[in-house]
Design a protein around this ligand. Structure first.
Ligand code: ARG
Length: 218
């Protein structure tokens, strides 16, 4: 049941490499997801009907279809369009496209959670719409948005395991490689799960601390 020393010695490099890819995928996914999500959230609030509907349809479609399916869509879809991206690049694209839809909702919810009276008060003090957004609404919305973005990062770390299906050598894929090489069915996956847990647990603890710091400023 417990790994003998030689097992860890032998296979540690696989896990280290896999963990590196997993972290890389999550960072890229959330980074570009946040950029896309901000854009989508702005479009959704926009008075321009076309922008609004594009973002609504995009967000609903992406949130209403499985990430697994989206990964295949991007991987094979780009190929059909004559764009040949590696599995790793396709995964970065798919994770970013997916995360963008979720981040858009996080931002929208964060903005909506700021009491309407705040905007009204700012406007009645003579602030322009832009200034009210920048100095009154945004600083308060950020307090709702940042913790949720942190959770999104935790989610993407876990969800990135799905890209193993197209052969990206992240943690889950490497666990499969170790399983094949060691003829052990259980232990390699157990180790992978522990690594995922250490990653997400550490991150959510760090987020908890950061959240309390932000809260302390109130
Ligand atoms: N596992 C679900 C799916 O396949 C959730 C994906 C969540 N993604 C996110 N970026 N929060 O659709």
């Amino acid at each position: 049941m417990f790994p003998e020393k030689s097992f860890l010695n032998k296979y540690a490099p696989y896990y280290i490499k896999g963990t590196g890819y997993t972290i890389f995928l999550a960072i890229i996914g959330v980074l570009f997801g946040s950029i896309l999500g901000t854009l989508l959230a702005l479009m959704k609030q926009s008075k321009n009907k076309l922008f609004k509907w594009i973002s609504v349809i995009y967000i609903e479609y992406v949130r209403g279809t499985p990430l697994l399916v989206q990964i295949f869509l991007v991987f094979f879809g780009l190929n059909v369009l004559g764009i040949n991206l590696s599995a790793l690049a396709s995964s970065c694209v798919a994770l970013s496209l997916n995360s963008g839809a979720y981040v858009a909702e996080i931002i929208r919810a964060g903005l909506n959670a700021v009491d309407k009276g705040q905007a009204e008060a700012a406007r009645s003090l003579g602030m322009s719409q832009k200034k009210a957004m920048r100095y009154i609404i945004m600083p308060q919305a950020i307090k709702n948005i940042l913790p949720a973005l942190g959770n999104e990062f935790v989610t993407v770390i876990k969800e990135s395991s799905v890209v193993s299906v197209i052969g990206v050598s992240e943690l889950m894929f490497q666990a499969g490689v170790v399983r094949g090489a060691s003829f052990k069915p259980f232990l390699p996956i157990l180790i992978a799960s522990l690594i995922y847990f250490v990653l997400t647990f550490t991150l959510s603890r760090a987020l908890g601390v950061a959240e309390r710091r932000i809260g302390a400023n109130d």
